[in-house]
Design a protein around this ligand. Structure first.
Ligand code: TYD
Length: 388
């Protein structure tokens, strides 16, 4: 597979595209699922095209995270909040409504500039214990450290925790959220497996690591976002507070019952993915045979995985629409499908829209209600192929 956010300009289309193995290992000891190959992060994140602020669902989720931080820790003008993988500063903007001091950390220079424009100071470095030390010197320690949808991007998680340990005040909290392995398996979200996501966590695997790093989970909840995620609040082990004990037991038991820690679960998963691939391929082939026009919605990284895996090229999808200005005018990695602004859908009124960003399917269909009213149809690929 090419790197999933490796969109290309027209003049680059004839250049050879580097491809990397995409496969997972499952650890029968700690339950961690992880990629077999780690692509150099400099290649993936320096000129990054992903920004969250185009989605209402994501903004609501940020708002709920900040509220939870407020309940757990209290927030005010004396609070310092640091966000790892701060992207365009959207999450920190919500913390600013509580008058907190904020700092973003993100290696993507282009997007960090956007954050600065949003009034969010940002250090453009990869987060590890040595950058954490420099940041501590410059800004001091944080009351709250957040890391949303970035943990899976980090190869050396022990280093990351060392960095958190450096930057977090003694009684500070560390909040993180990422897609939950139980949802990935249940809903057949195979296309969320790609080079940027090095690890796929169950509670069992996450807890194993957190405790090795001198922290403990003191809060957790499942979230609907990104096809099903999980949010954790941590404190240092020494804090002697563990209000989440019962919830942790409940979830460990739930994972046991789901056989999330058994190899057979993943064998079955791969069989199901293979049959979904057949079904969707047949549907698209037969729609094309009948002369239908199909386009894609959401030039998501996961969409690039899906189109590459199913070999869906320009002969099947005329183009993909996407709300991210950075992606518009570019071509998708591997399949070279052009990406346009969303209003192109209303102009061209295709027969079918394949929702590649299925995690935002409801938000997208609501937004495009007038297309549906004109007879337009949506195809949702996962967890089972559905036409709406
Ligand atoms: P997302 O699923 O968040 O990420 P990933 O790249 O990790 O798979 O990507 C969603 C894409 O869908 C993103 O490029 C923005 C786009 N999008 C729209 O075009 N319109 C919308 O209304 C929404 C919510 C998203």
């Amino acid at each position: 597979m090419p790197i999933p956010n490796g969109f290309r300009k027209k003049e680059e289309l004839n250049n050879k595209e580097t491809k990397y193995e995409l496969a997972c290992y499952f650890c029968e000891k700690c339950g961690l699922v992880q990629l077999t190959v780690v692509v150099n992060p400099e290649i993936m994140f320096k000129d990054y095209v992903y920004i969250p602020s185009t989605s209402k669902v994501m903004m609501n989720n940020f708002s709920s995270l900040v509220h939870e931080a407020f309940i757990e820790k209290g927030l005010g003008e004396k609070s310092m909040v640091i966000d790892i993988g701060s992207n365009d500063g959207s999450l920190l903007t919500f913390f600013k409504t509580y008058d907190c001091k904020v700092l973003g950390i993100d290696p993507a220079e282009n997007i960090a500039k956007l954050a600065e424009l949003n009034g969010v100071p940002t250090e453009t470095v990869l987060f590890d214990s040595s950058s954490a030390k420099k940041i501590k010197k410059k800004y001091g320690q944080a009351d709250v450290i957040t890391a949303t949808n970035v943990i899976a991007h980090i190869d050396n998680l022990y280093e990351m925790f060392k960095g958190v340990d450096v930057l977090l005040k003694k009684d500070g909290i560390f909040i993180t959220e990422f897609p939950y392995l139980a949802d990935l398996v249940d809903k057949l979200e195979f296309d969320t497996i790609y080079h940027e996501h090095l690890s796929y966590f169950s509670l069992k695997a996450w807890k194993y690591m957190v405790e090795k790093c001198g922290f403990e989970i003191c809060g957790l909840r499942r979230l609907q976002i990104h096809g099903g995620s999980i949010r954790f609040i941590h404190r240092r082990k020494s804090s002697k507070r563990n209000p989440a004990k019962k919830t942790i037991e409940y979830f460990l038991n739930f994972e046991e019952q789901k056989k999330l820690n058994k190899k057979e679960t993943y064998d079955l998963f791969s069989q199901k993915v293979a049959s979904l691939k057949n079904e969707l391929t047949e549907l698209i082939n037969s729609l094309k045979k009948d002369g239908n026009r199909i386009i894609g919605y959401g030039a998501a990284a996961k969409g690039n995985v899906l189109t590459n895996f199913l070999n869906i090229g320009k002969d099947k999808l005329d183009f993909i629409v996407d709300s991210t200005p950075y992606k518009q005018g570019l071509f998708t990695p591997g399949m070279n499908i052009p990406v346009y602004a969303e209003n192109r859908l209303q102009k061209e009124v295709p027969d079918y829209v394949l929702i590649l960003a299925w995690n935002f399917a409801n938000e997208i269909m609501e937004k495009q209600e007038s297309y549906r009213a004109r007879g337009g149809r949506f195809i949702i690929p996962l967890p089972e192929v559905k036409i709406i």
